[in-house]
Write a protein that binds this ligand. Structure first.
Ligand SMILES: [Zn+2]
Length: 177
């Protein structure tokens, strides 16, 4: 399978961020997790492209163009969530409105993640008109791993062991698609 993984945000766009209990940005988390997913999938014989492999700004349009130009079979955009309410928490996933294949992919990944972290809230799978989902030509999903703006969940997201488990879960979801 050819898989395009999209670590959300980057460069001048940090995404969601927190100062509690430490300074941590979504762009850092997204890239760290994406690289782990890439390694696992490559070890399993898949071809993986990242839309960015460093801290650079890539437009949403360019992210979709990268995915389309690689002829990827699957596109997965990795994010952490943000909210003005520091108690917001949970995992969720999105697919493009009307895309049943995207919905299936989003479901598989979210269920796989939640199987590993059953104490987390599964907020659900939702349809959305996000540019990276709309402009990509292959089944596409966007996952929001947890809320970086929740101090407890920021700690969870930053933890290397949790990232490794989450990466395995995401890779498993993609491979059973
Ligand atoms: Zn994001």
């Amino acid at each position: 399978m050819i898989i395009c993984i999209d670590p959300g945000h980057g460069g001048e766009d940090p995404g969601a961020q927190t100062n509690t209990p430490f300074y941590y940005t979504e762009k850092q988390f997204n890239l760290s997790l994406a690289k782990k997913v890439q390694t696992i999938l490559e070890d399993n014989g898949h071809t993986v492209y990242l839309t960015r492999d460093g801290d650079q700004y890539i437009s949403l349009y360019d992210r979709a163009q990268i995915a389309n130009s690689t002829n990827a079979d699957v596109f997965v955009s990795i994010h952490a969530n943000g909210s003005s309410d520091p108690t917001s928490e949970g995992m969720e996933a999105f697919h493009y409105t009307g895309s049943s294949s995207g919905r299936s992919l989003a479901n598989l990944i979210l269920n796989s993640m939640h199987d590993e972290f059953r104490d987390h809230i599964k907020r659900g799978v939702f349809s959305a008109n996000f540019a990276v989902l709309r402009l990509t030509l292959m089944p596409a999903a966007l996952i929001e791993c947890e809320f970086i703006t929740n101090p407890h969940q920021a700690r969870f997201l930053q933890d290397e062991r949790n990232q490794n488990i989450m990466a395995e879960a995401i890779a498993r979801g993609i491979q059973i698609f």
